[in-house]
Design a binder for this molecule. Sequence first.
Ligand code: EPU
Length: 423
Amino acid sequence: MERFLVTGGSRLAGEVGVPGAKNSVLKLMAASLLAHGRTTLRAVPDILDVEVMADVLRALGAAVDRDLTRESLSIDVPARPGAAADSDIVRRIRASVVVLGPLVARCGEARVALPGGDAIGARALDMHVNGLTKLGAVVDVEAGTLVARSSGRLQGASIWLDFPSVGATENLMMAGALAKGTTVIDNAAREPEIADLCAMLTAMGAKLDGAGTSTLVIDGVDELRPTVHDTVADRIVAGTFAIGALMTGGDVLIRGGRADHLDIVLDKLTTAGATVDVRGDGFRVVADRPPRSIDVVTLPYPGFPTDLLPQTIALEAVSEGVSLITENVFDSRFVFCRELLKLGADLRTDGHHVVVRRTDRLVGAPVVASDVRAGAGLVLAGLVADGTTDVSEVHHIDRGYAGFVEQLRDLGANVRREPPAAR
Ligand code: EPU
């Protein structure tokens, strides 16, 4: 496994572009399965998870072509896609579970190996299963594979989610789009990536109301058509650079960043001492004083995103004062804290809370990226640590950040990718 060597002490300054969102494009790719023919996605980030999802679609019979220069992806879906994706491919990313809804709606059967992905919690699938069952599918686990079957067309139903799960909302929206009658999803997730999927489904001919609200109403149609769609900008990548700018006393224009998707984050960063200037083409974050501590509670959108939690804990490790951070979405995101302690952070975890005090200095050390956001948090910590931080398992970072090393270097950071350390 490759690693990143991050030498601290540089200030991030300049401009950085924000690619399309990982957590949107993977679902847009799954949505292409709802229609026979060629769908084109644009602003597709050059990340590992897109490659894996492309392999999932290929295993279902689609022809997938990437044009890296144009950042586009063309997906040609056959009249009858397969029901099962290769289990080894599917297990590599949890997002592959969102092929379940489109496939069972369109083909009457879907088989998806129980998914893998980041090691950040139990990540149950009960809401996906219960929702699809309400729509008339029979869902079972057979030898580690989730199997959904429907003898006829799915039937619209009212579904109340226990928690606004992003993946369950997406799966059920896609299934409902081709079901007979009306589907209502209450307590639906409201993330910008959900609104992006709604926009694509609407362009495909779906009848959908309530995008971006907690109640989605979907009138099922007989057939959907392929479309061309631009992926929404990645708010988590944008937020990561914003936090990096504040930590390093930097000045970064985050081009293409959607400040309106980061309201609470930018408000918190302003409280912490950053100046945020929202412009037509993105937003600029300037930090001309050391950061002050902030308290943060993660919640589903529009709350503070869990996907910026590790980066925020890294920020708090060098912020003046004491910070209380509460994680409400995943149960194992604090695995990251163990690694941050190796750099000398002053923090204590208790259940889903972590208390972080400013430390005089972080010192570079070998650390392990346990998931994509933990990896980003460790890189940010390395930027302000003395000496060199050696981040291993960076394939996790490559899952969600396109050209992270190059982007950071363009901003003046001293970061490089290295082959694995010799044992
Ligand atoms: N949950 C259940 N039952 C379910 C579904 C979810 O208990 O049926 C629980 C999960 O275990 C978790 C919580 O509900 O504790 C939230 O899960 P959710 O379904 O909302 O998350 P997800 O769809 O699995 C997506 C993103 C995550 C992001 C979350 C929350 C993708 C591919 N993943 O996951 O992104 O953290 O929404 O916003 O879209 C990342 O990019 O680093 C990442 C982990």
